[in-house]
Design a protein around this ligand. Structure first.
Ligand code: NAI
Length: 244
């Protein structure tokens, strides 16, 4: 079996970093991308130690030009990308009544459009190889909704639609497209939430604990594996039973 190469967006911390490390331990070459990962010595060292081969490329998902340039640079150094994990995401929460166009657009751009443009970049190689794994990190709120997150929920629900559309479109080339929907995971993204909201969330989780980035990384690694070849268009919940 060939050594697979996986590109992960938002790999500098949280779920993205845990996923890069997990796929590295599964024997994959890693292309770790984020806005400013090239100068992040600590992350470079950690991922390099775990992966057979690791490459670090700055990529700003808010910019289609940056996405194109980053993939071009990566593909100069690795033959192809077999696995794409669209993990990077941002929140700009606020009530719909007061949401600014910038708040709406920036979240849709990074979380949904950025993922689509990244997918477009890997498709020629995957089609040529007749093999590919695309994994989009959505969210439990894309399934169940959430107040004060109209932008984020729309983007995450959009990712689920994108996953299903492309699962059908790309199946003929043996490319699977799946989504992983985390619940509440302890990362920088959730660290700043008010205690009251955390308490309310915890009360809704059947397993009575928040998730760890590694919980999500394990699910991604399965969907990226050779064994998951007959799974496509699926949304895998990693939410401790918060939503089922
Ligand atoms: P995080 O905030 O800890 O990390 C986000 C990563 O995305 C960082 O590496 C950051 O540099 C990168 N990023 C942000 N904007 C970017 C841009 N414009 N271009 C390139 N990279 C950019 O977030 P966390 O918690 O690790 O989340 C990862 C994914 O999981 C996100 O898509 C998030 O929406 C999703 N998620 C997280 C949950 C949680 O409870 N933490 C729950 C459900 C989904």
């Amino acid at each position: 079996m060939p050594t697979r190469t996986a590109l992960i967006t938002g790999a500098s911390r949280g779920i993205g970093k845990a996923t890069a490390l997990r796929l590295a331990r599964a024997g994959m070459n890693i292309v770790a991308t984020s806005r400013e990962i090239e100068s992040n010595e600590a992350v470079r060292e950690e991922i390099s130690r775990a992966a057979p081969r690791a490459l670090f490329v700055n990529m700003d998902l808010a910019s289609p030009d940056s996405i194109r340039a980053a993939f071009a640079r990566a593909l100069e150094q690795v033959e192809r990308i077999d696995v794409l994990v669209n993990n990077a995401g941002i929140t700009r929460d606020g009530l719909a009544l007061r949401m600014k166009p910038e708040q709406w657009q920036s979240v849709l751009e990074v979380n949904l459009s950025g993922a689509f443009y990244a997918i477009q970049q890997v498709l020629p190689g995957m089609v040529r190889e007749r093999w590919g794994r695309i994994i989009n990190i959505t969210s439990v709120v894309g399934q169940m909704g959430n107040a004060a997150q109209a932008n984020y929920v729309s983007a995450k629900a959009g990712l689920i639609g994108l996953t299903k559309a492309l699962a059908r479109e790309l199946a003929r080339w043996n490319i699977t497209v799946n989504a992983v929907a985390p619940g509440f995971i302890e990362t920088d993204m959730t660290a700043g939430l008010p205690q009251q909201i955390k308490d309310r969330m915890l009360a809704a989780i059947a397993l009575e604990r928040f998730g760890k980035p590694e919980d999500v990384a394990g699910a991604v690694a399965f969907l990226a594996s050779e064994e998951a070849g007959y799974i496509t268009g699926h949304v895998l919940n990693v939410n401790g039973g918060m939503y089922m």
